[in-house]
Design a binder for this molecule. Sequence first.
Ligand SMILES: CCCCCCCCCCCCCCCCC(=O)SCCNC(=O)CCNC(=O)[C@H](O)C(C)(C)COP(=O)(O)OP(=O)(O)OC[C@H]1O[C@@H](n2cnc3c(N)ncnc32)[C@H](O)[C@@H]1OP(=O)(O)O
Ligand SMILES: CCCCCCCC/C=C\CCCCCCCC(=O)OC[C@@H](O)COP(=O)(O)O
Length: 273
Amino acid sequence: MDVLWMIPLLLLMIIPLLMCTSSTFVFYFKKFFYVAWMMVLALIGIPLCILKSGGRDIENMRIIRFMVRHVKYLLGLRFEVSGWEHLQTEGPYVVISNHQSSLDVLGLMEILPDRCTTIAKKELIYAGTVGLICWLGGIVFINRKKTSDAKSVMADAAKTMLDDQIRLWVFPEGTRNQNGDLLPFKKGAFHLAVQAQVPIIPVVFSSYSNFYLRKEKQFKSGIIRLKILPKIETKGMTSDDVASLSDKSFDLMRAAFLDISDSITRSNGPVRH
Ligand SMILES: CCCCCCCCCCCCCCCCC(=O)SCCNC(=O)CCNC(=O)[C@H](O)C(C)(C)COP(=O)(O)OP(=O)(O)OC[C@H]1O[C@@H](n2cnc3c(N)ncnc32)[C@H](O)[C@@H]1OP(=O)(O)O
Ligand SMILES: CCCCCCCC/C=C\CCCCCCCC(=O)OC[C@@H](O)COP(=O)(O)O
């Protein structure tokens, strides 16, 4: 008798068993599933984007946003968003947020305004179908190792923001960080906003440490609080104001991060740093 057909059957029995008994298995399974599912979604999304816009176009972010919105349910995550009114700002602006993990993409898609794309490290373009759909969505790729290149790409982006009336989402920490606090901010996002003379809208993701712990290999269900803060105007500012603008944004975001992460602690148990 052919036993090959039994392999999927066995997997169907073993996977739920392991999911119930081993939190390490859940961790790896959810991580693998997340990457694999995003790759599949991107594969489906690529022809849709090409059919809609014919190539690289910020309007493709609508398709991507729509296609990613259900993924939170598959991973057992929920978002609680506050401050929606602060995103109701006309015209271009720069959104800045803290960056803990690639899971941030789920929160980003939860609130992504129209005509908004992101700035990302150039390595992301090589991430298979995900890289290609990022390119189609108009994501601006920068080389973090070459500051002069990154600066000139961002100066072009400042001009494009105004010419094409687009918004840009930047992660000013410049890398993923789960140390229970924010990393010092890099300056690019603030130069961008000052050069384009557009407001900055800070967005804060609460700490993931009550459901996702990389070292301990835990990936439980959880709630992520997303707090959108009031815009910070940059009209009349020059590059001399960038340092104080960055410090002000950092202080506001850090206070909000500690505040919303603490309130999760109270309802879901202690936050571990
Ligand atoms: C359908 C299914 C789909 C499935 C998939 C869906 C995917 C969907 C897409 C979602 C994508 C999400 C992608 C997330 C990716 C996130 C990332 O990749 S984060 C990493 C990349 N981003 C960043 O790094 C942005 C933040 N970094 C900066 O802004 C940096 O400043 C920098 C521009 C990279 C420069 O880096 P560095 O040199 O290390 O930094 P500084 O210390 O800040 O700057 C040095 C110096 O230069 C001055 N300066 C910086 N920028 C500018 C500028 N634009 N113009 C002029 N001058 C600038 C700065 O002031 C410093 O000088 P100073 O004298 O010391 O002040
Ligand atoms: C050819 C196969 C290549 C496989 C690569 C897998 C790619 C990931 C696929 C799906 C994940 C979902 C969306 C990913 C977008 C998130 C990108 C991200 O978070 O990049 C990290 C970057 O911000 C900071 O990087 P570092 O922490 O500085 O490093």
